[in-house]
Structures are given as C-alpha cells and as structure tokens.
Write a protein that binds this ligand. Structure first.
Ligand code: NAD
Length: 426
C-alpha cells in the first residue's frame, strides 16, 4: 500500500477541478487490471511551481500576480501544455489540466508528457504593455522548469501567439541564444507553424467527421450549437460552416445568439472582434448561456471552460452528440447522465488534440529549422487524428465501453508502460 498523505493531489482532494480529472482517470484505471501500486504514481503531478510576478502597471502602481506551472508526467517525453491567463486559474486547476494533457499527448501518440501553466489575471483588463511585462516576468520566474527538452508551453485560454512571442524572446534573452522550440503557437513569421492557430478546431472537425461516418451521417445540414467563440470555438464554427453544417447557436462569456436558419460566421466573427461580445448581433436572437447548452440541435460543442455541463444541465441536453472541444467541460456526474440518455460524447483528450498535434509539428520544425507548408501540416494532422479516432473506436467496440473510457484506457496503458519500462529512480 502506498502512503498518499504527503502527495500533491492529497492536498486538493476536495477541489472539484482535481476531483473530476482524478475520477475520470480512476474510472478507467479500475477497469484496466493494472498493478495497483502505479495508480498513485500515474495520477500524481511530478512537479508544481507557484510564482509571484510583481508588475509595474501603466499608472505607476505595482501589482503582484500569482502564476503556476504544473508538470504531471514525463515518462514519454518532455512536458508539454498550454498557458492560461484567467481570473479563476488555481493550483488545482493547472494540476488537473496537466494530468489531462498527459493522457491527450499519449492518446495521439506524441513523444510528450503533460503540463499546464496559468496566471491569475483578467487579460482583457490589462493594457498590451502590462500584458507583455506580466508574460516576461512569469517566463523569468518559471525559467528553471522550461526549455525545448524540458517543458514547452503553448497558447490556451486568454493567451495567443503574441504572448508566445514574448515568452520566446524572454527565454532566448535569458539563456543567451535563440531557442525556437521552447514554445509553440508562435507567430509564423518567427518560427511558428502554418495551421497552428486553427489546429484545435480542425482536429475537432476530423474527429466529428470520423464519428459521423460510423453512423452513416455527414456534416452537411447538421445543426450545431457552439459554446465559446475564442480560438477553438471560432475555428470550429468557421470550418463547420465551410463544410455546410448549420451553426444555429453561438456564445461567448457575455451571452449567446440563436438563429434556427443558421448564423453567418464571418459576420459574427467581425462583430465579436469589433464589439468584444455577441450581444445585439443582427440577424439572430439573444440566448442565455445555459439555454444554448440545452437547445434543440444535433451536435453540441462546448468550447469555453471546464465544468459548464453539470448534473443540472445534463438531463436537458437535446443534442445526440457532444464534442468536447474545451478541456473538461462535462463533470463526471453529468457524463453518467448523458451516457444513460444515449448521448455520444467525443472526449476532450481525443477531440481537442489537434492543437497539441500541430504544436508537435511546430516543435519538430523549430528543432530542425526546416519548415513545412500549410498543406503538409493539414495532411499530417488529419492522419494523426484519424489514427487516434480509429484506435479509440476499435477499443470502444472491443471493450463495449464509451469513447471516454476507451480513450483513457489507451492513453493510460501507454504512459503506464513507459513508466514501468523506465522503472523508478534511484
Ligand atoms: P479563448 O480564450 O480563445 O476563448 C474562450 C472563449 O470562451 C471566449 O469566447 C469566452 O468569451 C468564452 N467563454 C468563457 N466562459 C464562457 C461561458 N461560461 N459561456 C460561454 N462562453 C464562455 O480560449 P480557447 O483557446 O478557445 O480555449 C477554449 C477551450 O479549449 C479551453 O478549455 C482550452 O483549454 C481548450 N483548448 C484550447 C486549445 C488551443 O489550442 N487554444 C487546445 C486544446 C484545448
């Protein structure tokens, strides 16, 4: 028996973020008949760092922001995972997301472990110069943990290619040479990969298409509701629209819009960019965020934050399929209710793995200083996503289980095997 009292996850056993991530792991692990002693090793983060970042604000005040970097498991390769700027970021949240990232990277068979970082801030309330100073200070504070062979951050909620450019520059200045592969999701002009920005959305489409094909259905005329209109939500909506699906509902944090005949995505994106919200968008009716999740549609795509579909929402979901474009949008209780109601869930570690897959391509390109065309990136992405979907689909058939359990089983067994083969140090 392993004593868990001093382990990192024991401190956060009551946090819903950590609990949900752990429950999904534990549910699959229990069915796998693996050695019990590895259960704690595999679920405990390897390293967690908390930093404080004092920044001079534009009005002369000094404000201190808290940041985190959690590294979950690196049995299969360097740590890799996003960096989030959001007011609700916390230690347990980054630990949970780092664990999810370990399973995601293993599922799509990338040579990476899982990590996640975050800074507690409201990025939209910071000026561009304040955001730059915060990014640079956070990078300097986590410097001992990151590097192209150690831990490679990428964009997530509230961060973008500009934030990655500042991170790259700060790291390069501190180590004394340009180090392209310390970060992915950079602008293409400074070593980013074509196709990275849209990659998560494109991956969502690959997985949804493959699933629909198993049901002899196609994207055409599918009625889709999308929660969240940031990087992932927008590109998912745009690509679905291009493939003749009908986007009937869209939302951002401030509220949603609905039009049963379909929303014009190009106009909605322009409007969102100009106004910072979708409120009062012409040619659509307003819809509250909760109602979007339960509206009459074929496919629901949560592409915003964690735990937005809980046990109060789940019984009212009308979609036959949910594609988890966001990380952890469905709580374990809601997951159970949805499965009982016959809703198919394409889980986050499969559905949104397109982003980290193209990040892997970007890392490889940076290491080799040899850059690919957009066409090559899109073709390689499609191959990785198709292979991952086929493996999960076959596992679900073979074990007569849901897609999440199948995906976790494949991912955990890959990480468990790498950990077992490497053994314990010392
Ligand atoms: P983003 O910051 O670009 O966009 C987030 C969007 O969600 C915004 O439109 C915001 O207004 C909206 N939102 C927030 N709370 C909401 C709510 N309660 N209801 C409706 N909308 C809400 O972030 P992103 O990069 O698009 O990430 C979205 C999700 O996808 C996150 O869970 C993230 O971890 C996950 N993800 C992102 C990537 C990536 O490449 N960016 C990769 C994999 C997974």
């Amino acid at each position: 028996m392993i004593d868990t009292t001093n382990q990192l996850h024991a401190h956060d056993k009551h946090s819903p973020f950590w609990q949900n991530a752990y429950l999904y792991f534990d549910r699959a692990y229990t069915t796998m008949h693996l050695d019990e002693t590895w259960r704690t090793v595999l679920s405990t983060p390897k390293r967690v760092l908390t930093v404080s970042c004092p920044i001079r604000m534009d009005d002369g005040r000094i404000q201190v922001f808290t940041g985190y970097r959690a590294q979950h498991n690196n049995a299969r390769g360097p740590f890799k995972g996003g960096l989030r700027f959001h007011p609700s970021v916390g230690l347990d949240e980054v630990m949970a997301l780092a664990m999810l990232q370990t399973w995601k990277n293993a599922l799509v068979d990338l040579p990476f472990g899982g990590a996640k970082g975050g800074v507690v801030c409201s990025p939209h309330k910071l000026s561009i110069t304040e955001k730059e100073r915060l990014t640079r200070r956070y990078t300097a504070e986590i410097l001992p943990l990151i590097g192209p062979d150690h831990d490679i951050p990428a964009p997530d909620v509230g961060t973008d290619s500009q934030v990655m450019a500042w991170l790259l520059d700060t790291y390069s200045m501190m180590v004394g040479h340009q180090s392209l592969s310390v970060v992915t999701g950079k602008p293409v002009s400074i070593g980013g990969s074509p196709g990275r920005e849209e990659a998560t959305g494109r991956g969502v489409i690959c997985v949804l298409r493959k699933f629909l094909a198993t049901q002899n259905k196609s994207l055409e005329d599918l009625r889709v509701a999308i929660q969240g209109f940031g990087n992932v939500g927008y590109h998912t909506a745009r690509l679905l629209d291009e493939l003749n699906a009908t986007i009937i509902a869209l939302s951002s944090k401030e509220g949603g819009i609905y039009n049963e005949n379909g929303i014009d995505i190009t106009s909605a994106q322009r409007y969102y960019h100009e106004n910072g919200s979708l409120a009062d968008f012409p040619d659509a009716e307003p819809i509250p965020n909760d109602e979007l999740l339960t509206c009459d549609c074929d496919v629901l795509v949560p592409a915003a934050m964690e735990n937005t579909i809980d046990e109060t929402i789940a019984p009212h979901v009308e979609a036959h399929t949910i594609v988890e474009a966001a990380n952890g949008p469905i709580t374990p209780k809601a997951d159970e209710i949805l499965r009982e109601n016959g809703v198919t869930i394409l889980p986050d570690i499969l559905a949104n793995a397109g982003g980290v897959t193209v990040s892997y391509f970007e890392w490889v390109q940076g290491l080799q200083n040899y850059f690919w065309s957009l066409n090559q990136v899109q073709n390689e992405l499609q191959k990785v996503m198709d292979r991952a979907f086929d493996a999960v689909n076959a596992k679900a058939d073979e074990s007569d289980c849901d897609y999440r359990t199948a995906a976790y089983t494949i991912a955990i067994s890959r990480v468990a095997e790498a950990s077992r083969l490497k053994g314990l140090f010392p």
